[in-house]
Design a protein around this ligand. Structure first.
Ligand code: GLY
Length: 399
């Protein structure tokens, strides 16, 4: 008995010494946002000396890879700088965000692809949200006019791609395209022209009808017949296989329908978002730390890459969705998002100061089947991570 007491006492002392208390969410959020500020200010110093370009990822040697504003990710760096200005109130960050947004403005005339929504809404949409700067109104409505040239009423959607590698499809619509509908809704709000809003509704409805499987997982690409508007083919471009569950696609879907519910208050979009959330949260292959594998159906799971970008987009969407549902369901969504944010803010994913070419997060997967941007930092992982942190702060930490 005496020995037992001594052993208990010793193990209590040892565990007392080695166990560090779990950091509070308040600490996690501030820690990650401060690291983001540090990284992105360093990145600005580099970008300032490379006119017209925007950060994209890293090259094979781990050095910064940039793109011109035509590339689909160009709006994310300025957009993140706007969020970091919102967090700090630092005038220097405001100036940086403004200058980097200016580099993207020319894309308001781009009629070549659907991604102008990402480019202009993440940059100038956030600028307008924070500053109410009326010059953004014209930029956003001009962009919506460009995007609306890609709408075909026989199909009821805006066309996603038209670049040479995708011309074997008549009219490809990808699930990612849900994200660009927010800009159309903004344009109607600014201009009073309901046609943009009606296009967004039509696109969301048609996507709901054709992109989803009975379990609410989604296809990446649906190819439509331009005359009949029927779906000809359902397949993938960036996922493991046509019938697989490409994780970032599921996150775009979750975010897209949550956002469309916010914009329209149509209950069918809320229902769709709830179904997608249920599918993802209960997926038997969702890891404990809630950072999805790049594709849930890669046969190599669990020994395959995770995608930090899918987790960041999902966390941000779940936080918003938690505000539209009953309290118990909302708490479930917040709990998943908390786990994702904690994992992303850990040493495994969060870059150390000055490392990772000054990006914020490590370990995203861009386009694995083409061996492009595999296990790298990506600006959209950073953008949605910072957005999720800001949402968490506003919803769960401030009185
Ligand atoms: N929109 C392209 C992607 O998610 O990779």
């Amino acid at each position: 008995m005496k020995n037992y007491v001594v052993i208990c006492l010793l193990s209590f002392m040892v565990s007392g010494c080695v166990t560090t208390p779990e950091p509070s969410m308040e600490h996690v959020v501030d820690y990650a946002l401060n690291r983001a500020v540090e990284q992105y200010k360093h990145m600005y110093a580099v970008m300032d000396s490379i006119p017209e370009m925007l950060p994209r990822s890293v090259d094979k040697n781990g050095g910064l890879e940039t793109s011109d504003s035509y590339f689909w990710t160009s709006g994310f760096y300025p957009g993140t700088l706007w969020y970091l200005y919102e967090y700090t109130g630092d005038e220097q960050l405001k100036e940086m965000a403004s200058r980097m947004s200016d580099r993207v403005e020319i894309q308001k005339y781009n009629k070549d692809n659907h991604d102008v929504g990402f480019m202009i809404n993440c940059s100038f949409g956030n600028k307008y949200r924070l500053l109410g700067d009326t010059s953004c109104i014209d930029i956003i409505t001009t962009t919506a006019r460009s995007l609306s040239t890609r709408y075909r009423s026989a199909v009821g959607c805006t066309r996603s791609w038209s670049h040479p590698g995708t011309l074997h499809w008549q009219f490809p619509v990808i699930i990612d395209n849900m994200m660009n509908l927010e800009l159309l809704c903004r344009a109607t709000e600014f201009s009073g022209d309901k046609s943009f809003y009606n296009m967004a509704i039509s696109h969301a409805d048609k996507t709901m009808a054709n992109h989803f499987r009975p379990d609410y997982s989604c296809y990446h690409v649906v190819n439509y017949d331009t005359i009949s508007g029927n779906a000809l083919q359902k397949c993938t471009w960036q996922g493991y296989a046509d019938e697989s569950v490409w994780s970032r696609g599921q996150s775009w879907a979750l975010y897209g329908y949550t956002m469309m519910y916010r914009e329209t208050k149509q209950p069918r979009y809320l229902e769709q978002a709830r179904h997608i959330a249920r599918f993802l949260i209960n997926h038997p292959k969702m890891p404990q730390d809630k950072i999805p594998y790049w594709d849930f159906d890669d046969p190599g799971v669990p020994n395959v890459l995770r995608d930090a970008s899918a987790a960041a987009i999902m966390a941000s969407a779940l936080l918003e969705l938690s505000g539209y549902v009953d309290k118990a369901t909302g708490q479930d969504y917040i709990a998943v998002a908390e786990t994702q944010l904690k994992t992303l803010a850990s040493d495994e994913y969060l870059a150390k100061p000055g490392e990772n070419a000054n990006f914020i997060l490590k370990h995203s997967v861009g386009f694995l089947p083409q061996n492009s941007e595999v296990d790298v930092p990506l600006t959209y992982a950073d953008y949605y991570f910072v957005e999720a942190l800001m949402r968490y702060r506003a919803m769960c930490l401030k009185e």
